[in-house]
Design a protein around this ligand. Structure first.
Ligand code: GLY
Ligand code: MN
Ligand code: MN
Length: 460
């Protein structure tokens, strides 16, 4: 057991204070936030446990079976209460250390802590006579059923003049907006996660050899993640060679790496609850073919166009639109799209013809979850006509920039491009003046990738 980091605990305390303040502003109320349940994989083998991101964001507490309760009365003192597993000598012999309520209260700085076994008795009185109940609304059946039980218990006191909260609020609407803006401590962890993942990609590139299988390169990635202290992958690693690279959510499998093919790796570690998310595409042999190089340079140019638009004040969709324009023009120039049939670049953008080869968006928010929370459009009500506008980027936001091209065989597509799948993905922190790329510890230019692989492989 390692003691929780004081800087993390202080950040959590500050975040709880902001939630309490918002509850008070909504008329006074109670917030209930459970952590994630444990999940069985098969029979009595469980998946590695991962706490809930929202819960961790407010507590720093990583044990399962815990619930945070924040009480913000319209008037009177606020309270932060933790329910957690009780100490249990025998279970701790089998499963490991538990803080227990007393230990957790002292180590994590809650006003009170109780055994989670007492929650059905202790929670209903906490809800009495408050206007608002905030919790993750309709997120899990278990929580919905618990909340109903607790509210029923309060309503039973109705004849004694006790009222139950009449307004439900999804606590995620408060927390999503907070989590979208990373503080200095979060950015420091994300930088380190990005460095570790970049080193893992370098290791996999250097290991690439004809005859290895995709899962061999996955093993190199995992070795590097764990070697540097990352607790987990942030998502299942994609190692896709040849035609597999055109399957967007492919997993590393047994396919053999072959000279002449590309290998696309989309992999990132999770460090101290924060994700990184990098994609690199490289030739198995260490040398791009002319057709591969042509499309690689196009995807890189699209990424550069998107990165140039990743700065404060620019609406969220602009980097995507910039990348898509470069890709669409390149598809016409390379003959992937037939100009006689598809028209000019504006026609291709208007008709969506580029989607044959580029069917995903250019990025997403990144944070504790790889596809992190946060509104992509300006929060609040939609205007009378049309959709809400795209949200302008602001310092502290973190997002990925990840254009790609995926060419499936088709009669009207030049055969030399068939089965080429390329994506290039980096993680960007929006700064006061532009953005900081935190994953560039692995080369991205084709020449630099070739140089790295040449150096690793001697005479290839
Ligand atoms: N690895 C997931 C993504 O790139 O969105
Ligand atoms: Mn991504
Ligand atoms: Mn990715």
């Amino acid at each position: 057991m390692t003691a929780p980091d004081p800087a993390l605990l202080s950040a959590c305390r500050g975040r709880r204070a902001r939630v309490l303040q918002q509850l008070r502003a909504a008329g006074g109320g109670v917030a209930i936030l459970p952590t994630a349940p444990e999940a069985m994989r098969n029979r009595d083998s469980d998946y590695p446990y991962r706490h809930d991101s929202y819960f961790y964001y407010l507590t720093g507490f990583t044990e399962p079976e815990a619930v945070l309760v924040l009480v913000a009365p319209a008037a009177g003192p606020e309270r932060c209460i933790l329910f957690c597993r009780p100490k249990h000598e025998e279970r701790e012999i089998w499963d490991g250390f538990r803080h227990g309520p007393e230990g957790a209260q002292a180590a994590f700085g809650f006003d009170a802590a109780h055994s989670v076994e007492e929650i059905d008795t202790l929670l209903p009185p906490l809800l009495a006579n408050h206007a608002v109940l905030a919790y993750p609304l309709a997120a899990t059946t278990r929580t919905d059923m618990q909340v109903r039980r607790w509210l029923d218990a309060v309503r039973m006191q109705g004849r004694a003049g006790v009222t139950a909260p009449a307004t439900a609020l999804d606590i995620r609407t408060i927390l999503d907006e907070m989590r979208l803006f990373k503080d200095a401590g979060e950015i420091a962890v994300m930088r380190r996660a990005g460095e570790i993942s970049a080193q893992a990609h370098v290791r996999a590139m250097r290991a690439s050899r004809q005859g290895l299988r995709e899962y061999h390169l996955e093993a190199e990635l995992l070795y590097e993640f764990r070697r540097h202290g990352a607790q987990s992958v942030a998502y299942n690693s994609i190692v896709a060679t040849g035609a597999n690279a055109c399957v967007l959510h492919y997993r590393a499998g047994p396919a053999e790496l072959r000279d002449g093919d590309l290998c696309l790796i989309d992999a990132g570690c999770e460090l101290d609850s924060y994700a990184s998310d990098i994609t690199r595409t490289f030739p198995v042999s260490g040398r791009f073919s002319p057709a591969q190089r042509e499309l690689y340079d196009l995807v890189l140019a699209a990424q550069e166009a998107a990165i140039a638009e990743t700065r404060p004040g620019v609406p969220y969709n602009v980097p995507h639109d910039a990348a898509t324009r470069v890709l669409a023009q390149g598809m016409l120039d390379s003959g992937l799209l037939d100009a006689n049939r598809c028209g000019n670049v504006d026609d291709v953008l208007a008709s969506g013809a580029y989607r044959q080869f580029y069917m995903h968006r250019t990025g997403h928010w990144l944070g504790m979850d790889v596809h992190d929370v946060g509104e992509y459009r300006v929060p609040g009500a939609a205007p009378a006509e049309g959709e809400r506008p795209w949200r302008p980027l602001e310092p502290g936001m973190v997002l990925t920039v990840e254009p790609g091209i995926y060419v499936r065989p088709a009669p009207d597509v030049p055969e030399r491009f068939w089965h080429i799948g390329i994506r290039i993905e980096d993680d960007a922190v929006v700064t006061a003046t532009g953005c900081e790329l935190i994953t560039r510890g692995v080369p991205v230019k084709a020449d630099e990738i070739e140089a790295l692989m040449r150096e690793a492989g001697g005479a290839r």
